[in-house]
Design a protein around this ligand. Structure first.
Ligand code: SF4
Ligand code: SF4
Length: 198
């Protein structure tokens, strides 16, 4: 008899525990129903990178003067500047330029210090390749016109969640051309130059 009562007690205890765990699980489910949607249906939907995003580097061959400043300021001396001296003009002549994006840390030092602005950061972040050697971009690959999420007719561009207008939580309902949260750089400048009337 005692054994039977103990079994009933254990069963009741197990039932209460199970109900408790089901309640905990459902509370998480109901809690998520109140939260903002964070799923992006990639690759049909893509987030628009932030304005100062440092993606694949774009290179303009004709602007490069082979000064190798980019190599010296790079923390890992990564850019390869292949040039030869033109005896007629007595100037360096660029033959080949490359950066291995499998090694690059996208610090943008080379972009900042290039005296002729022939390097620039693009929005491109989809650099995955099956072979890491394919990430070694030459001047032709680096000179390709940058891809922009907002110019791709196959993709729905969506504003990053931090850039949504005030009070908006669903990026699907917001046009990527609409104004985002916060002030634009020129507005910040204008505000800082306006004398405080207080
Ligand atoms: S982004 Fe940084 S790591 Fe990459 S090539 Fe330029 S300086 Fe070097
Ligand atoms: S710093 Fe600019 S101009 Fe000089 S070698 Fe590098 S890319 Fe060319």
């Amino acid at each position: 008899m005692l054994k039977f009562l103990k079994q009933v007690g254990d069963y009741a205890k197990g039932t209460v525990e199970a109900a408790k765990y089901i309640g905990q699980g459902l509370s998480v489910t109901f809690d998520h129903m109140q939260r903002r949607p964070i799923t992006v249906q990639y690759p049909y939907e893509k987030l628009i990178p932030s304005e100062r995003y440092r993606g694949r580097i774009h290179f303009e061959f004709d602007k490069c003067i082979s000064c190798e400043v980019c190599v010296r300021v790079c923390p890992i001396n990564l850019p390869v500047v292949d040039w030869e001296m033109n005896k007629e003009t007595k100037k360096k002549q660029l033959k080949h330029y490359s950066i291995d994006f499998g090694v690059c840390i996208f610090c943008a030092n080379c972009i900042e210090y290039c005296p002729t602005n022939c390097l620039s950061a693009t929005e491109e972040y989809e650099l995955a390749a099956y072979d890491r050697h394919e990430l070694n971009y030459d001047n032709v690959a680096m000179g390709r016109i940058p891809y922009k999420v907002t110019n791709d007719p196959m993709v729905q561009p969506m504003r990053e969640f931090a850039y949504l207008p005030k009070g908006v939580i669903d990026p699907h309902t917001v046009s990527h051309r609409s104004r985002g949260a916060g002030l634009r750089p020129e507005e910040i400048l204008e505000k800082s130059e306006t004398p405080n009337k207080d």
